[in-house]
Each structure stands twice: as structure tokens, then as C-alpha cells.
Ligand binder design. Structure first.
Ligand code: MG
Length: 386
């Protein structure tokens, strides 16, 4: 039995992980998990899997449900996420919490020698150089769960590294791929949340609509696989069937294609280095019909170019990109700014905040905070926000 800890179990990656755990009950046991505020889900999963410890992270709910439920211990707050991953009989940690708050439990898991199924892209984007140092020091096995990176991980592993000329991440193009560009200024939150192919949480769905999710993924790919920003490409692929492509020196392109369901990369990351032992969903290539690929339109998706700029600048620029985006998306979801203001705020933060190259976590956290304050200040001033 392989012990599993899932941080953020009620989200979309978390619930797909539960599906995989149910399918392989004889091989994995859920030892700990966190939810932000969804007690109903937490309760039913405790009854089903009897984990040792769970954590509820919403600060408004501290103490609300006592300190145990049956034989399961209940902890509260982000600061206790690290306790979940350190349990001696946890071997794999799935980090599926959203945002830069995933970093501390990820570091705790690395230091405790666990295998990491990383589904929290913000941790790598924001703290990439630091996480990579720790991964190297502790010889951590880190398997990406993000569908594109998991596909690329599997392709890269099968090819000689020096024979790979470039890697390509596919993007569905999000909710507004075919909307006239002039109309983007006035789209509603509800429209942005209507993703054509993937069913995901609100933050990542908004990120996808502006290709900022892809921007974050480009930076994530850089830190995961060590390719330079000139060797990473993005292609719009509306069907979301091909998730990653590697181009070899001779010009051939190898694609990883599967039905768009997160159970594939999650099962792969749980079983790795062993193969997933059985078919998860039966979808034959003959049912796919069309696979289309287009270059991304930079006018429609200005946030993608900003990610390449931030990635090339290095230092805390990716951290600024991520923090500015998290704040701006929250403002958009509260209907306080327009959709097109999101990349404008990110650009402004990248231009105004001084880039540095910190050696400690605190250095990154400081810039993360400075960026968030900057965005709130800009919003109140009404400068770039109208
Ligand atoms: Mg993805």
C-alpha cells in the first residue's frame, strides 16, 4: 500500500485524484488531505477513506469542527498543511492547492523525502530556482500533474535529451478563442468561466481564457525540464487531445494524445516510475476526428508574451507575473475590473517593480507581497484599471 496525501482535495485535480484512488483501492491509501472550506466533502471522504489527519485551511473555520472526527485528527490553517505531508506512512504528496500558498507544504514534502505529484504550478513559477535547488539537494522525485507537463515528461523521458530541439505546450485557446478582440473588454465573469474543453476551478479557467495559464505553464516547463525560453513554444489546439509535443533535431514531432481527463496524468504521477496498469477511459483514436493547431494571436492574448518576457528576465520577474495575476484575477472574479485589465496590471507590475535575484524564500515572499500591494494600490488609484 502506497500512502497518499492530497493537498486541496475538493478542487478539480483533487476530485480527479479521488477517482483514481477509488479505482486502485488495493494499491493506494489516502492518509491525509486538506480542503479549504468544504466540510461536506471532507466528512464524506473521512468516512470513505479513514485518513489519519485532515486540515481545513479557511481561516474563518478555525476550530469549527472540533479536533477529531472518528479516529481522524482535524487540523486548521495553511500553516498546518506541512503536517499532512510529513506523516511517516505518506509516500506521495499531490499538491493541488491553488496559488503561491502551495510553496511551504511543497518544501516540507521535499525535505521529508516524499515523491511529489506537483499540481500547484504557482509554486514552481514563483519559487522555481529555490525549489530546483531543494529538489537537487534532496534528490526528490517530482512528477508534474499538469496535463501538458505530464505529457512532456513522458515524451522527454523516451527521447535522448540532446536530440530534442524544442518542446511545445498546447492550449485550448480558452473561452474567448473566437470572440472578436474588441469584445474582450466587456466579457462577463460568467462568460470567462465557460471553458470549452476542461472543467476546472474559477481561477485557472480565467487564466486559460487569457492564455495566462499557458504563460504560467511556459515558466513551469522551463523550471521542470530546463529548456530555455527559446526552446519552448505554445500552439492553440482547440480539441485539447494533444497535450504536449517534442520536436527532435531531424524535424519530427512526437505528440502525446489522450482524452482530456486529469485521471491520466494523476494516475501516471501516482504510479511512476511504474506504468499505470490498466486502461482508465476507453477512447479510441478513431473517435477524435479532428486535430487542429494554430499559432497563438498575440493581440488576443497579451498575457502570454508577458510570461515569456518575465521568464527571460529571470529573478523575481516570474514571481511578480504570478502574484500580479493572482490579485488581478481575484479582482476580476469580484467584478471590480474588466477582463482586459488583467494583463495590463501584470505588465504594469513587471515594469514598476524592481527585479532582484533572491537566495532565500523570504526574498521571494517579500516580492510576492510587494506585488500584491502594488496591484491593490493601482486598483484603488484607478490608473490602469479602467
Ligand atoms: Mg495545463
Amino acid at each position: 500500500m502506497v500512502g497518499v496525501s492530497v493537498l486541496g482535495i475538493s478542487g478539480s485535480v483533487g476530485s480527479s485524484t479521488v477517482k483514481v484512488l477509488r479505482q486502485f483501492r488495493d494499491q493506494f491509501s489516502l492518509r491525509s488531505f486538506s480542503v479549504h472550506s468544504n466540510w461536506e466533502i471532507a466528512k464524506s471522504l473521512v468516512l470513505e477513506f479513514s485518513p489519519e489527519v485532515i486540515c481545513i485551511t479557511d481561516p474563518k473555520l478555525v476550530g469549527q469542527f472540533g479536533d477529531s472526527f472518528g479516529s481522524t485528527k482535524i487540523l486548521y490553517g495553511d500553516e498546518n498543511l506541512s503536517e499532512l505531508v510529513k506523516l511517516p506512512n505518506v509516500a506521495v504528496v499531490v499538491t493541488a492547492v491553488v496559488g503561491a500558498r502551495g510553496v511551504l507544504p511543497t518544501i516540507a514534502a521535499i525535505e521529508a523525502g516524499k515523491k511529489i505529484a506537483i499540481a500547484n504550478k504557482e509554486t514552481l513559477v514563483t519559487f522555481g530556482p529555490l525549489i530546483n535547488q531543494l529538489v537537487a539537494k534532496h534528490k526528490t522525485l517530482m512528477v508534474p500533474v499538469d496535463s501538458e507537463h505530464n505529457a512532456l515528461f513522458q515524451l522527454i523521458e523516451r527521447e535522448t535529451r540532446s536530440n530534442i530541439r524544442a518542446i511545445t505546450l498546447t492550449a485550448s485557446g480558452g473561452s474567448f478563442r473566437t470572440l472578436p478582440i474588441e469584445a474582450l473588454e466587456h466579457v462577463s465573469v460568467k462568460q470567462a468561466l465557460n471553458h470549452p474543453t476542461w472543467s476546472m476551478g474559477p481561477k485557472i479557467t480565467v487564466d486559460s481564457a487569457g492564455l495566462i495559464n499557458k504563460g504560467l505553464e511556459v515558466i513551469e516547463a522551463h523550471f521542470l525540464f530546463g529548456f530555455s525560453f527559446d526552446e519552448i513554444e505554445v500552439v492553440i489546439h482547440p480539441q485539447s487531445l494533444t497535450h504536449g509535443i517534442i520536436e527532435t533535431l531531424d524535424g519530427a514531432c512526437l505528440q502525446y494524445t489522450s482524452h482530456p481527463d486529469m485521471v491520466y496524468p494523476i494516475a501516471h504521477s501516482l504510479f511512476y516510475p511504474n506504468p499505470t496498469p490498466q486502461m482508465l477511459i476507453e477512447r479510441k483514436p478513431s473517435t477524435w476526428k479532428t486535430l487542429e493547431f494554430f499559432p497563438p494571436d498575440t493581440k488576443r492574448y497579451p498575457g502570454l508574451d508577458l510570461a515569456f518576457q518575465a521568464g527571460r528576465a529571470g529573478g523575481v520577474a516570474p514571481c511578480i507575473y504570478n502574484a500580479a495575476n493572482e490579485e488581478a484575477v481575484a479582482l476580476f472574479l469580484e467584478e471590480k475590473i474588466s477582463f482586459t485589465t488583467i494583463p495590463r496590471l501584470i505588465e504594469s507590475a513587471l515594469n514598476q517593480i524592481t527585479n532582484v535575484f533572491p537566495e532565500t524564500l523570504e526574498g521571494y515572499l517579500e516580492k510576492d507581497k510587494e506585488t500584491r500591494n502594488y496591484i491593490q494600490k493601482e486598483f484603488k488609484k484607478g490608473g490602469v484599471t479602467t
